[in-house]
Design a protein around this ligand. Sequence first.
Ligand SMILES: *Cc1c(COP(=O)(O)O)cnc(C)c1O
Length: 411
Amino acid sequence: MEKSLPFSASQLEPILGSYPTPFYLYDEVGIRQRTRELNQAFAWNPGFRQYFAIKATPNPHIVSLLKEEGSGGDCSSLAELVLCERVGIIGDAIMFTSNNTTVEEYAKALELGAVINLDHPNLIDTLLQAGPMPDTISFRFNPGPEKTGNSIIGNPQEAKFGAGREQLLRGYERCRHLGARRFGLHTMVVSNEINLDSLLETARMLFELTLLIRSELGIEMEFINLGGGIGVAYRPEQSEICLREFGAGVEQLYAQLLTPAGLAPSMMTENGRAMTGPFGFLITKVINLKETYKSYVGVDASMANLMRPGMYGAYHHISVLGKEHAPPAGPVDVVGSLCENNDKFAIDRSLPAVQVGDVLVIHDAGAHGHAMGFQYNGRLRCAELLLQSDGQVRQIRRAETLDDYFATVEF
Ligand SMILES: *Cc1c(COP(=O)(O)O)cnc(C)c1O
């Protein structure tokens, strides 16, 4: 099975002539369309807002496109807050969902007027060192043993994120006492989820908790943030979550649980991966072939450019440009040049016969790809290019140079 590409081999040729591999190529049309689809899926909820999880693709040009489509920014660090500020995402267009947070980070979030989503009531004192209790405050719920997680985020009981139900109740009470007047509820218990029922179960859990909080404290949630976690169909045989079905499923639960109780909170999401993941490609060239106990295809990108396979054993589909429909020629390992044996983009992958000079396209690298890059072994971060809606290509981040490599050294 083959995955489709938003560009043809002949379209990529002049780009390869102008920019050395490896590089990332993002598809503007796909990125814009995905955010529109999500917004449409939740059009039934007038206050709906998607906050793009900046960590997925922290390139200001990409975040600007998302902003044009109505997306806010979900941040968890000082740098991500500043990135949002620089592209004009400020005020309640920022959701600050951090954990293990510093006073300095809260100070910046307060300065920008971000919505603060506290990981735990123990951070109330940290927040108060940065400024007065804001008018609006939210908490991150961790259901612990009530919900099973998955391999990326882990079992909720073992996850470092969020607070339990009792802790949350005490947290809301304390914030109200300190002057907060508007409240939100958040959770993020799944990641890379392609099972719709699991996402809907999360919505149900938050809606039930919303009802409990009102009956225990008389506090009515102004917004409910479903977090991120919508998955990417990394394997060709997988299918994506249908955003329309997701929105309709949440609408049904909302109508069933919240509307009869007289509640009408705004819905929010913090998706990262699903918004940009399928629309970014790592383009790399075959530079060496080797046969030992296995067959190796050596490419000019490495795990330093895309860490997911090495870090999680994640599958990323690989197309050989111009040979997309050629018959497979036996399993190969596609490897980078790091002196680490997990520097492999694929293990025992069935690919067409490959030659030195062939261009490989590594799919679904648009989220947690370039962003997780590093310089280990002197492998520098590569360029990011944007295939614009008008068909033109623009470099939106240059490749690092040796000067960058030494830039932070004190000589
Ligand atoms: C990573 C993250 C997200 C986005 O998750 P995706 O799986 O990329 O959708 C949202 N919220 C928080 C707090 C996160 O840490």
